[in-house]
Design a protein around this ligand. Structure first.
Ligand code: NAD
Length: 295
């Protein structure tokens, strides 16, 4: 059977235009334009690109956005003060602080300083706790985007064996909770694998839905995938290329060329999970602006 691509680029464009239509409606009715603030520290190439994509997506959806840039050597206190200032700014609905942070700044303190009401990344312990309990919250953008991608492709999750490789706080761990939740986007049997998993291939071969969030280029090979599995590739790796204008091309955690032929569905990189992540951030920001979660 030929595989089908889970086209995140197309679906995210569709969702973005649905959001843009809703925003036009809100503004026509005299409501507030959603406003996302982003903090970017330093000049890391990947972080620059991610933030630029998020800001561009805001423009496309009719949101206001504000980018606050700081040098690599900003003090932790100055950063925390800025976050508190944004927390208190009634015009701003959502705040993201692009990770990773420089080593002298505590990620934990930064995440805990963002007001949970504005934490559209869903990283604050209050929002992570609410997610774990199945309460309304901001779901982290990448897991949220993956669930939406499955849903919009009518892929049944209930009763499936989902194997996730990678236990990060922003992707693997929240996904393991969401997929095992007792609701319409959950009800799966979930196995969460990580760097200490001993029999990885034995487990991955059992997966109906296999999610690679490992951070290692083309780690997942065809011999690790069951025939007709659904494969979701979260990885993003920039590799040099003389075939593209930018001089770079993107690869995932999955060796697409050999894995795709074994799958029923697979996400491409680029154009799979990445654009779904960005549109999920827009959905969370819109929810914040409409005060859907915390009133
Ligand atoms: P991470 O890089 O923080 O952690 C990697 C995880 O993989 C760890 O939990 C580790 O236990 C596991 N791992 C490492 N080596 C392993 C091995 N040999 N066997 C089994 N497990 C192993 O994870 P992350 O932040 O979720 O990022 C993973 C990848 O996803 C990266 O390439 C990142 O750039 C990408 N990413 C993409 C998006 C997107 O929007 N598409 C969003 C976030 C992250």
């Amino acid at each position: 059977m030929a595989y089908q691509l889970l086209n995140g680029k197309e679906i995210s464009a569709q969702i973005k235009s649905e959001i843009a239509e809703e925003v036009r409606q809100i503004i026509r009715n005299g409501g507030k334009q959603p406003h996302l603030a982003a903090i970017l520290i330093g000049n890391d190439g990947a972080s620059e690109t991610y933030v630029a994509h998020k800001i561009k997506a805001c423009e496309q959806a009719g949101f206001k956005s504000s980018l606050f840039r700081f040098k690599e050597n900003i003090s932790e206190q100055k950063l925390l003060d800025k976050i508190k200032e944004i927390n208190a700014d009634d015009n701003i609905d959502g705040l993201i602080v692009q990770l990773p942070l420089p080593e002298h700044i505590s990620e934990e303190k930064v995440i805990e300083t963002v007001d949970p009401k504005k934490d559209v990344d869903g990283f604050h312990p209050v929002n992570a706790g609410r997610m774990t309990l199945g309460l309304p919250t901001y779901i982290p953008a990448t897991p949220k985007g993956i669930l939406e991608l499955l849903k919009r492709n009518n892929i049944e999750i209930s009763g499936k064996h989902c194997v996730i490789i990678g236990r990060s706080n922003i992707v693997g761990k929240p996904l393991s909770i969401l997929l095992s939740q007792k609701n319409e986007t959950g009800n799966a049997t979930v196995t969460l694998c990580h760097s200490r998993t001993k029999n990885l291939k034995e487990i991955s071969l059992q997966a109906d839905i296999l999610i690679a969030a490992i951070g290692k280029k083309e780690f997942l090979t065809a011999d690790m995938v069951k025939k007709d599995a659904i494969v979701i590739d979260v990885g993003i790796h920039r590799v040099k290329s003389d075939k593209t204008k930018s001089g770079w091309k993107l690869k995932g955690d999955v060796k697409f060329g050999e894995v795709a032929g074994k799958c029923s569905y697979i996400t491409p990189v680029p154009g799979g999970v990445g654009p779904m992540t960005i549109v999920s951030l827009l959905q969370n920001t819109l929810a914040a602006s409409k005060k859907e979660i915390y009133g």
